[in-house]
Design a binder for this molecule. Structure first.
Ligand code: ZN
Length: 330
């Protein structure tokens, strides 16, 4: 069984705009500033909870001045974050105050959901989840109270395209159920929900949807969790035997990855929980400086000139420091 979602990776335009939205508006911690390992002139920014725990991570390749992409078939269409039960009204107010743009409200499989777009047009759902047993992994500069902070990526929505059968698997739904071990748990309008572990994958079918065009504001892939290397290897063998074209294991420094496309053309990744984001810098200062993989360290000074320096939107010392200060004064 798949142990839920590990991370989601998307394309965006300006890096600072990306940081301002994901850390400044959504209150996620920038847990890693590194570069695209395949294209080191571009940042790879990782956001998550205070530690960048597996299941909380969203990552971006901010390509600067690129055209907006087009949503459509063959993509992970949107990402759903969970927020504490009872916080959705406060979120609605916050999103309106920060002028995020149109925020739509709906009920999806019984859960109240807000849907809006990031500055590049990527579609985000916020949905409530009871979090009594899911304490927030906080950090000193966290801009949001734990009563409101995003907890994790609870699910994604896929819009399958016409990639074609893989082995005996004809559709996305078929592959989710029969090889990846998801269980169909509901159907609503053109949306079918599959569940594995603590995460859902919704599949939407819309005959009028155009094929997606990958660029700013579109999701590049969704990654599912492998607890360790051994389970990743088992999956690799199983998928190859079933006819999937699976990449070799890639060392992403903070996890190890394999990639493959499912029959609807959506790119999937399996990523290991370890080593994690404190592999190359202390937890206290995660994301505050540029980290490079060994192969690019010799090009650091050149890369630092190419990459626009980032300003973190949360103040050093932040909310919790403020609380400590008040307690001291009381
Ligand atoms: Zn990935």
């Amino acid at each position: 069984m798949i142990n839920g979602i590990h991370h989601v990776t998307a394309l965006s335009s300006t890096p600072q705009k990306n940081v301002d939205f994901y850390s400044g508006v959504l209150g996620l911690r920038l847990v890693k500033q590194t570069v695209n390992f395949d294209d080191p002139g571009v940042y790879h920014l990782y956001y998550g909870d205070g530690l960048g725990s597996p299941g909380t991570i969203i990552t971006f390749f901010p390509y600067g001045r690129i055209l907006p992409g087009q949503h459509g078939t063959g993509e992970t269409h949107s990402v759903a974050f969970s927020v504490p039960q009872g916080s959705l009204d406060d979120w609605k107010t916050r999103l309106e105050q920060l002028e995020v743009g149109r925020v739509e409200e709906s009920t999806r499989f019984g859960a109240r959901t807000l849907t809006f777009k990031d500055p590049d047009g990527m579609i985000i759902d916020l949905t409530e989840e009871p979090v009594a047993d899911r304490p927030v992994v906080d950090w000193p500069e966290a801009p949001l109270e734990p009563s409101m902070a995003i907890r994790r990526i609870i699910g994604v929505t896929l819009a399958p395209g016409a990639h074609g059968p893989i082995g005996e698997y004809t559709t996305t739904e078929d592959a989710l159920e029969r090889i990846l071990g998801f269980e169909k748990v509901g159907e609503e309008d053109n949306r079918t929900r599959y569940q594995s572990g603590e995460s859902f994958v919704d599949v939407v079918r819309d005959p009028l949807m155009p094929p997606m065009r990958s660029s700013a504001g579109t999701i590049h892939h969704v990654a599912f969790r492998n607890p360790d290397e051994a389970s990743q290897q088992e999956w690799q063998i199983k998928l190859v035997a079933a006819g999937f074209r699976v990449s070799p294991v890639m060392d992403r420094n903070y996890f190890h990855s394999i990639y493959f496309r499912e029959p609807g053309g959506v790119l999937f990744e399996f990523a290991t929980d370890a080593p994690g984001f404190d592999a190359d810098e202390p937890r206290e200062t995660l994301g505050e400086s540029l980290k490079l993989p060994a192969q690019y360290e010799s090009r650091r000074s050149m890369l630092e000139k190419t990459l626009e320096p980032l300003t973190l939107p949360y103040p050093k010392g932040g909310r919790l420091a403020g609380v400590a200060q008040q307690e001291e004064n009381a």
